[in-house]
Write a protein that binds this ligand. Structure first.
Ligand code: NI
Length: 169
């Protein structure tokens, strides 16, 4: 089932997410819905907080559903390693229409549970490292605008305030 994607301004997006205590049927449904919602958007990643559930879960697929091997479900993840630096353009389904250049580590290793509850470790460089870091940020209540400073951040927030006032956000 598709779930509505929350936008910047919704308090759930700014909350640190709780760890998942057990993989219940409700969690399995949530994961299925997150995958469906991510592909429909379409987006390459989605965190549970973006559909209103403050839980440490994200889904990720750089192939947008074209490669069945590319889908990752991460539950209760933590960073194992982070190194280097990359500067690339980035967007977010909770900030539709906005992108900005964000500094991110060049390589990350993330450890967590898969949807069966088994431990998994994912290593990513380039876009995968960026996407993993972006989703990990969501679990901490952080959006990409929170990583920006000064004018680029103010410009986006001002435009969103205008859209909100106009009832278009
Ligand atoms: Ni995002």
């Amino acid at each position: 089932m598709l779930r509505p994607i929350l936008r910047l301004g919704d308090s759930v997006l700014a909350q640190p997410a709780r760890p998942v205590a057990a993989i219940t049927p409700e969690i399995e449904t949530l994961v299925d819905d997150m995958i469906e919602t991510m592909y429909a958007a379409p987006g390459i990643g989605l965190a549970a907080s973006q559909v209103g559930q403050s839980l440490q879960i994200f889904v990720l697929d750089l192939s947008l559903g074209k490669d069945p091997q590319a889908l990752t479900v991460m539950i209760n993840p933590a960073f194992v390693e982070r190194d280097g630096m990359q500067l690339e353009e980035e967007g977010c389904l909770s900030l539709p229409g906005f992108t900005s250049t964000v500094a991110r580590p060049k390589r990350v290793v993330v450890k967590g549970l898969n949807r069966q509850g088994d431990e998994q470790t994912i290593e990513g460089t380039g876009l995968l490292a960026r996407a993993l870091q972006h989703e990990m940020d969501h679990l901490n209540g952080c959006l990409f605008v929170d990583r920006l400073r000064g004018i680029s951040r103010d410009l986006i927030l001002r435009k969103i305030r205008k859209l909100t006032k106009a009832g278009k956000w």
